[in-house]
Write a protein that binds this ligand. Structure first.
Ligand code: FES
Length: 116
């Protein structure tokens, strides 16, 4: 019942570091919403893989350590994100595991809603 909590840090383009706690099994989008993080426009499609506003940039090390690899659908949607990098992911597709405590991800400066 008592699911383990992991701490995640979102680093904004202006250098602000937003720390939040999430539960194992939550997506990074859940963490942003549940913690009411101040990330304008983030997660516009509520995790239905149609917006790319939940674009996050990982370090190479973090990217390689994530247990689930991006699906075709995620990669297609990432193609529509601004500032795409080789280590970009969609926050709604990253699911927290116990090992991810201390995870740090970068939030790109611009958010593109692929639906508009
Ligand atoms: Fe829209 Fe992730 S929240 S693609």
């Amino acid at each position: 019942l008592n699911k383990k909590e992991v701490e995640v840090t979102f680093v904004k383009a202006n250098g602000d570091r937003l720390k939040a706690k999430g539960k194992v099994g939550d997506s990074l989008l859940d963490v942003v919403i549940n913690s009411n993080l101040d990330l304008d426009g983030f997660g516009a499609c509520e995790g239905t893989l149609t917006c790319s506003t939940c674009h996050l940039i990982c370090s190479q090390e973090t990217y390689d350590s994530l247990p689930n690899k991006p699906s075709e659908e995620e990669l297609d949607m990432l193609d529509l994100a601004y500032e795409l990098t080789d280590t970009s992911r969609l926050g709604c597709q990253i699911i927290l595991t116990e090992d991810m405590d201390g995870l740090t991800v970068k939030v790109p400066a611009t958010i593109n809603d692929a639906r508009s």
